[in-house]
Design a protein around this ligand. Structure first.
Ligand code: HEC
Length: 123
């Protein structure tokens, strides 16, 4: 038998549950994302000296604190490098694509985080 009251309550509870989950994900800051996904190559402070950046690597990961280097990139360049990897900006494929791992929103927040590290604006 159909019980409108009960299904309304169930929908309400489900809604609360979903919104709690969403705000939990938002609490993950750009810095957390950076430490988890990027620091192994780009270094804890973004200086391109993470433990995976060995001498055997043919290119060194970008030093995100260099205003000179990072200032050459537009916000769009940074976003496409993170989304589609190094080859998207004709850089090394050692820079992996994150478009499938991270949401658009997370990638934009990482771009803002990198702008803070270099203390610079794009072209
Ligand atoms: C496996 C190592 C590795 C990881 C992990 C990695 N990167 Fe990189 N990244 C590189 C390398 C190597 C380059 C330099 C490519 C070049 O200059 O040819 C680079 C370059 C970049 C650039 C500059 C691209 C350009 O056009 O100059 C940006 C921006 C960047 N990485 C952001 C990130 C962010 C944000 C993360 C984490 C979500 C990340 N990277 C994770 C290795 C890595």
């Amino acid at each position: 038998m159909f019980e409108p009251r009960r299904s309304f309550t169930a929908a309400l509870v489900l809604g609360l549950f979903l919104s709690a989950g969403a705000s939990g994900a938002l609490a993950e800051t750009a810095q957390d994302l950076y430490m988890f996904h990027c620091a192994q190559c780009h270094g804890l402070k973004g200086m391109g000296d993470g433990p995976n950046a060995t001498k055997e690597m043919p290119v060194t990961p970008r030093d995100h604190t260099s205003a000179l280097e990072m200032g050459k990139l537009t916000d769009g360049d940074i976003i496409s490098a993170i989304t589609d990897g190094g080859t998207a900006t004709s850089k090394s494929s050692l820079m992996p694509p994150f478009g499938k791992t991270l949401s658009k929103q997370e990638i934009v927040s990482l771009k803002d985080y990198l702008r803070k590290l270099c203390n610079c604006k794009g072209r």
